[in-house]
Design a protein around this ligand. Structure first.
Ligand code: UD1
Length: 355
């Protein structure tokens, strides 16, 4: 029987790309989303890309515990990928209660329903933000987690810890079985994403920021298309080779494929520990200036940009050591940053033509 994967937040940016890759890999996918930060554009795109227009979709809020319990009663669920969370760093600083309430409640409800329905395999969408202002570069999974620099980052740290504790508690009662998901046991993987960017090569799904984008690449593409006047590069006085921050930009389709590898590892009984953590990045640091130049070059256009003071809360440099994911998940980031930036631009143009 085909295994079913619940993708909470599956209509959003990363969730929609993951849904495509799961369907392509032969899984049954159930998408749950409260549509608080997206519309149906990406879910419709997923159906077009996969040629499957019967992917079940449930419009529920994971903070509604009864709704989550009902979802687990209505469907047999073999694994959950939990994306449903708020993700704007600045907003989390201004409204911490909103972030803690939403991001913790929704995950707790997923874990509780997993437990009451006989156990599950849970993949948590974490972030490199858990490393905080790190001085170990590249970061490995064993690099210390420094204090989070925002409530958003703190929710990622706390949810990782909750998953670790829940997995540990469930293992006390039931021995681990090969690929077992229904013996009461909860197994968990946290994937720590670096900076996901780009869009599906079809240009049918991509990032849909509401209002002014906080993240670099949507700001670049919106500036290029004329929706924004000028990109501000936050700080060119960092002690880095060109003075701008260094990040590990990971293509969203590559990132999605890492999820498929991690889900298969859980469902096929290949985990070495019942709670595992993987960095999902390229291992390649790219500066903000380099990214802007690469965008201009690959898309043959000039971007209007200026240097402005540093953005509070930004870390100077962070990139992954992805070797654990490479070895254990058999997964490696494949797309070049140029291909990814071309896909981001194709998506922005698709939006301009179709909305
Ligand atoms: C942030 C979060 C990360 C989250 C990611 C995607 C932290 C510390 N980081 O990453 O957890 O996964 O967003 O939501 O919590 N930049 C500009 N001009 C802009 C926008 C950005 O110069 O208009 C620069 C930033 O200073 C930074 C780089 O571009 O150096 C990347 O910024 P951004 O895309 O916002 O991601 P992060 O802050 O790295």
């Amino acid at each position: 029987m085909k295994k079913r994967v619940l993708v909470s937040g599956g209509a959003g940016y990363i969730g929609s790309h993951v849904t495509v890759e799961l369907v392509n890999a032969g899984y049954d996918v159930l998408v749950a989303d409260n549509m608080s930060n997206c519309d149906m554009t990406c879910f419709e795109g997923v159906k077009k890309i996969t040629g499957k227009d019967d992917i079940p979709f449930e419009c529920i809020d994971c903070c509604d515990d009864a709704a989550v319990q009902k979802l687990f009663s209505d469907y047999r669920i073999d694994a959950v990928i939990h994306f449903a969370a708020y993700k704007a760093v600045g907003e989390s600083v201004a409204e911490p209660v909103k972030y803690y309430r939403n991001n913790l409640d929704s995950f707790l409800n997923i874990l509780e329903a997993s437990k009451t329905h006989g156990g599950c395999n849970v993949l948590f969408s974490s972030s490199a933000t858990v490393y905080g202002e790190t001085d170990e570069l590249p970061v490995t999974e064993n690099s210390p987690r420094k204090p989070a620099t925002s409530p958003y980052g703190n929710t990622k740290q706390i949810c990782e810890d909750i998953l670790r504790d829940v997995v540990k508690a469930s293992a006390v009662y039931e021995p681990m079985e090969q690929g077992a998901s229904r013996n009461g046991q909860i197994k968990g993987i946290a994937l720590r994403y670096f900076n996901p960017i780009g869009a599906h090569p079809s240009a049918l799904i991509g990032e849909l920021p509401r209002g002014v984008p906080n993240n670099l690449v949507p700001f670049i593409t919106q500036t290029a298309i004329g929706k924004r006047e000028c990109l501000s590069i936050f700080g060119n006085d960092y002690p880095t080779p060109d003075g701008t921050c260094l990040r590990d930009y990971i293509d969203v389709v590559d990132l999605a494929k890492a999820h498929v590898a991690a889900v298969a590892r859980m469902l096929d009984g290949k985990m070495k520990e019942s709670y595992e953590i993987f960095n999902i990045g390229t291992g390649r640091p790219v500066s903000v200036s380099e990214l802007v130049t690469a965008f201009e070059k690959v898309n043959g256009l000039k971007l209007n940009y200026k240097y402005t003071p540093r953005r509070p809360g930004d870390v100077m440099a962070i990139w992954a050591d992805p070797s654990l994911a490479n070895e254990e998940l058999g997964w490696t980031a494949e797309r070049t940053v140029e291909e990814t930036l071309a896909s981001a631009w194709a998506w922005e143009k698709h939006l301009a033509e179709n909305r």
